[in-house]
Design a protein around this ligand. Structure first.
Ligand code: NIG
Ligand code: FE
Length: 426
C-alpha cells in the first residue's frame, strides 16, 4: 500500500503552466503573459490529475511525498527539455469521406471557395461521399486522424458533424464521434452538431431550416436519449448566401434550448454582424471572423464571446487573415483551431500557432494561450484542461528543447519528444 502516483516529470528546463492563479481564460494584455517555472518538476496522481508543479526540492520536502511508502509509477527525466499544456484544438471537421485534392488544384489555379461551393463542390462533394460511407469506415478513418493529431500535441479537440445535411447522415456522424469518445482513444472530443453547414442543392434555405428543426434535431434528441449520441455544442455556417440571419438564429436558439453551447461560423467571407447575433443569443464562441467589424468586436469583448481563429483557412484560400491583433487589443478572448477539414487539411496546432504569429501578428505567448487555456475555455473545459495547475489533468507536451518557443519556431516538423494524457504517455 502507501501513496502511489502515476508519473513524475523531473527537472524540466521550463514548465509553462500558462495560468498562475486559477484564471478561467485570458484576454487583452494578459494573453501575452504565460507563467513559467524553470528547472521544475510536475507530479500526476493515479486519477490523472496534477498534484504538484514547481521546484523538485520543494516537492521532496513535502511530508506526504517523503514518506517511505510513496511510489511513483513512471519517472520521466526531462533534463534539457521543456513542457507545455497539451494543445486544445478549438475547431475541427474530422469526420468525412473522400478528399478534395482536386479542388486544391482548382484553387491554386484561381477558383474561389464560393465558386467551388456554388458549383456543387466543396462541402457538397464531401457530403456525397460521407452519405455513402458506413459507420465503420468513418470511425476507422476518424481514429487514424486522431492518432496523427495527438502525436502533434493535441490532447482535446472540438469536432463537428455537418457533412450529412440529412437526418440519417447527421445522426451517423454524431454517432461516430460519440463512439470515438467511448473508445480507449486518449484524445477526447467536444461534439458539435452542424446540420446547418450548407443547404443541400435540392432544397431551399427555408425548407432545409424547417427540416433541421422539425426532423434532424428531434432525431438527435432521440439518439441522445438512447445513449448512442452525445452533443455538446451547436453550430451554423452563418454566411451570405448560405445561412442567413433569421435561419441561423432559429437553429442556434433551438440548440440552446436543448442545453447545447452556441459555437458558430461567422464573418468568414462577409461581415454579418456575428458579434451582435452571438451576444443576443448568448454564444460561447464564434469561429473565423476574417471580416469582423469593430462594433461586433466590442460586443464580443463585453459578453466574453471567444473568437476562435483559424489561420489555415485564410492561408489556403489566400484571403486576408482575421484581425487577431485588433481582437486581442479590444479585449476579445482569442482561441485557436486547426479547422481540420477537406478544404484546410491541417491537424497540427504547432503549425497553426506558427501561422498565427507570422500571418496574424500574434506573439508566441498569445498563440500558446490561445491554443491552450482559451481554446479549453471556449469549450467549457477550463476546469479540467488548458493549463498545468494542480487539480487539472496531466495533459502535456514534452518539447525537445529547453526553450518552449521552439514548438512554434521550428515550423513543419515540431520538436515533440512525447505527449501525455492524464499522466500516461500516448
Ligand atoms: O470552417 N466555412 C465553412 N466550413 C468549413 C469548411 C468546410 C469545407 O469546406 O468542407 C470551414 O472552413
Ligand atoms: Fe469550420
Amino acid at each position: 500500500s502507501g501513496t502511489v502516483f502515476r508519473s513524475l516529470f523531473r527537472n524540466a528546463a521550463q514548465i509553462v503552466t500558462v495560468c498562475a492563479h486559477g484564471e478561467t481564460h485570458k484576454s487583452g494584455a494578459a494573453m501575452d503573459q504565460v507563467a513559467i517555472f524553470e528547472n521544475a518538476s510536475l507530479l500526476v496522481d493515479q486519477a490523472g490529475r496534477i498534484v504538484y508543479v514547481g521546484p523538485l526540492d520543494t516537492l521532496e520536502a513535502q511530508p506526504w511525498f517523503l514518506h517511505d511508502s510513496t511510489h511513483v509509477e513512471f519517472e520521466i527525466d526531462c533534463t534539457g527539455q521543456s513542457i507545455v499544456p497539451g494543445f486544445v484544438d478549438g475547431h475541427t471537421h474530422p469526420v468525412f469521406a473522400g478528399d478534395r485534392v482536386h479542388e486544391f488544384a482548382l484553387k491554386l489555379a484561381g477558383a474561389t471557395y464560393l465558386d467551388i461551393h456554388k458549383a456543387g463542390g466543396g462541402i457538397g462533394f464531401t457530403v456525397q461521399h460521407t452519405r455513402a460511407a458506413s459507420d465503420e469506415t468513418l470511425f476507422a478513418d476518424l481514429q487514424k486522424r486522431m492518432d496523427r493529431m495527438i502525436k502533434l500535441g493535441t490532447t482535446f479537440a472540438e469536432a463537428k458533424s455537418g457533412y450529412g445535411l440529412d437526418t440519417a447522415t447527421e445522426v451517423k456522424m454524431l454517432r461516430v464521434l460519440t463512439r470515438h469518445n467511448k473508445s480507449h482513444h486518449a484524445l477526447k472530443l467536444s461534439i458539435t452538431y452542424l446540420g446547418g453547414h450548407s443547404v443541400p442543392k435540392d432544397k431551399t434555405l427555408a425548407a432545409y431550416t424547417q427540416e433541421i428543426i422539425d426532423e434532424q434535431i428531434p432525431a438527435i434528441v432521440r439518439a441522445v436519449e438512447t445513449g448512442t449520441v452525445h452533443v455538446d455544442n451547436i453550430d451554423v455556417f452563418y454566411e451570405k448566401g448560405v445561412f442567413e440571419r433569421a435561419e441561423t438564429e432559429a437553429v442556434l436558439r433551438r440548440g440552446k434550448e436543448l442545453g447545447w453551447a452556441i459555437n458558430f461560423h461567422g464573418d468568414e467571407l462577409h461581415a454579418m454582424a456575428s458579434g451582435e447575433v452571438g451576444a443576443q443569443l448568448g454564444a460561447r464562441a464564434i469561429s473565423h471572423l476574417e471580416e469582423v467589424q469593430d462594433r461586433d468586436m466590442e460586443m464580443m469583448a463585453k459578453n466574453t464571446i471567444f473568437a476562435t481563429l483559424l489561420p489555415t483557412t485564410a492561408y489556403v484560400l489566400r484571403i486576408a487573415p482575421p484581425p487577431a491583433r485588433k481582437l486581442i487589443d479590444s479585449g476579445v478572448p482569442v482561441a485557436l483551431g486547426s479547422d481540420f477539414n477537406p478544404n484546410a487539411h491541417c491537424m497540427s496546432m504547432p503549425h497553426v500557432m506558427n501561422l498565427s504569429c507570422v500571418n496574424m501578428k500574434m506573439t508566441m505567448n498569445e498563440a500558446l494561450v490561445a491554443a491552450t487555456i482559451n481554446a479549453a475555455a471556449s469549450l467549457h473545459q477550463e476546469a479540467d484542461r488548458g493549463s498545468l495547475e494542480p487539480g487539472k489533468f496531466g495533459d502535456l507536451v514534452v518539447i525537445d528543447n529547453p526553450d518552449w518557443r521552439h514548438i512554434i519556431y521550428q515550423m513543419a516538423d515540431p520538436p515533440i519528444a512525447a505527449v501525455y494524457v492524464q499522466g500516461t504517455r500516448v
